[in-house]
Write a protein that binds this ligand. Structure first.
Ligand code: UD1
Length: 433
């Protein structure tokens, strides 16, 4: 039975929340973990759907996956008997294409279903394939599958035409055991790129420059066992920062790397919120209506596209006219119609949303169009007068661990209940008054 969130808005969020491990780093790291025949222990894994689906795909090709506890897993890639990832896995979790780079790098061959577009737009993977070809692999696309193989992978100088997180990680994976030296120019610089590189290095790879736009890789013979703890999730942290500011609350967000949050902190401060930084925490508070701003998404260290819907929601409640320009994905304003149903005044022209700030939202039944937009609708519901329901929360659960319990622990009235369960909905209404 599908669930929905039911939320009574209007309460400021107060207290402390602990951020989970970074989903997007974990996806790359889990794929990388199959590249050695020794056992790898990965900790601070977020317990979210995308990760669990990727672990199933990894088990599906024969690797041994041993869930030590909710946030730790042991993986052993010596038992892999298959190098094919089918469409079912790719459809559920696009990032299972990291297994293409990992399997190609380890076995010199891999077959992975070609991912389609997705809820945020068309998503080509030409740069991944260009990288594999540059390393000497043959890449064919037929019958919906990407077929890659090589006699031997050889390092090369690769210049990415677009800054791509996925291509940078996939090429790092394929290149780390290639013969000789690989240089990736115009590489993405996101914190999760650095985390995947650090993890590969902990297994014996020789990768330098991750976090800059030039990554240098010297191929090694083989990779070995490692124990590794994943970095905190920058976007989960950012979402709680926005929720604290939007509800005019005061929240200490723990287990974060403040440096990774600078683009978000900077914007919050600019529009009038308070952000205090500690070694591994940030405190966000606001007690007045915030101001308008201009935002344009761009690759790290720019403003992250994955924070665009949450921030647009905040600006929709702020004083004045704001603009939000989406420069990474073409179809990332699908939540605007849902937000309008709660009272937002937003007009989308091409890749720009023009936002006239309103004073209030009112509760409504809305549907999450994708992961981050779903989180934005939850933030909207936390602020709205009255009761809202958010359905299609399977999207949100792809990337937020225990979202409803983390938020209700901050004082909000929010529960997860089965859709169509009128009794549960009425019980919630009675409880919140
Ligand atoms: C990753 C994140 C996603 C985030 C995005 C941008 C993961 C699992 N997902 O997605 O949450 O929103 O980075 O920060 O880490 N492009 C091409 N050709 C390619 C590859 C990409 O043209 O071969 C384009 C894309 O269409 C997009 C841009 O490059 O316009 C950036 O995409 P990319 O950085 O690759 O995003 P993902 O890795 O898919």
């Amino acid at each position: 039975m599908e669930n929905q969130y039911i939320i009574k808005g209007g309460k400021p969020l107060f207290g402390e929340v602990t951020i989970s491990g970074a989903k997007n780093a974990a996806l790359g790291i889990l794929a990388a973990a199959i590249m050695t025949d020794e056992t790898v222990l990965i900790d601070n894994l977020p317990d979210v759907r995308d990760i669990n689906v990727l672990l199933q795909a990894i088990e599906g090709i024969g690797a041994t996956v041993d869930r030590v506890d909710r946030h730790a897993v042991k993986i052993n890639g010596s038992t892999i008997g298959d190098v094919t990832i089918d469409y079912d896995s790719i459809r559920k979790i696009r990032a299972s294409y990291y297994l293409l780079g990992a399997l190609l790098g380890k076995y010199n061959k891999a077959q992975v279903a070609l991912p389609g577009g997705c809820d945020i737009g068309s998503r080509p993977i030409d740069q991944h394939l260009k990288g594999f070809r540059a390393l000497g692999a043959t890449v064919n696309i037929e019958y919906g599958m990407i077929n890659t193989y090589a006699d031997e992978l050889t390092g090369n100088h690769i210049f990415l035409d677009v800054v791509s997180v996925g291509a940078t990680i996939n090429i790092m994976l394929a290149a780390c055991m290639a013969e000789g030296r690989t240089v990736i120019e115009n590489a993405a610089k996101e914190p999760h790129i650095v985390d995947v590189a650090n993890f590969l290095n902990s297994m014996g790879a020789n990768i330098k420059g991750a976090g800059t736009d030039k990554i240098r890789i010297r191929g090694v013979e083989k990779l070995h066992a490692s124990e590794y703890s994943i970095i905190p999730d920058q976007i989960e942290a950012g979402t709680f920062m926005v929720a604290a500011a939007a509800t005019k609350g005061n929240v200490l967000i723990k287990n974060v790397i403040p440096k990774h949050l600078e683009a978000i902190s900077g914007k919050l401060i600019e529009i009038g919120a308070r952000v205090e930084e500690f070694d591994d925490a940030v405190r966000v508070s606001a007690d007045e209506r915030l101001h308008h701003s201009q935002i344009k998404t761009s690759p790290y260290p720019g403003f992250p596209t994955d924070m665009q819907p949450q921030f647009a929601t905040l600006l929709a409640l702020s004083e004045g006219t704001s603009t939000v320009t989406e420069s990474i994905f073409e179809n990332r304003f699908k939540y605007v119609d849902e937000l309008s149903r709660m009272g937002a005044a937003i007009k989308v022209e091409g890749n720009v949303a023009i936002i006239e700030g309103v004073e209030h939202f009112t509760g409504a039944a809305v549907s999450a169009p994708d992961l981050r937009a779903g989180a934005a609708l939850v933030v909207a519901a936390l602020v709205a007068d009255g009761i809202s329901t958010v359905d299609s929360i399977h999207y949100i659960e792809r990337g937020y661990e225990s979202f409803e319990s983390k938020i209700s622990a901050l004082g909000a009235s929010m529960e997860k209940i089965p859709i169509d369960d009128e009794r549960a909905a009425n019980k919630f209404r009675l409880k919140v008054g």
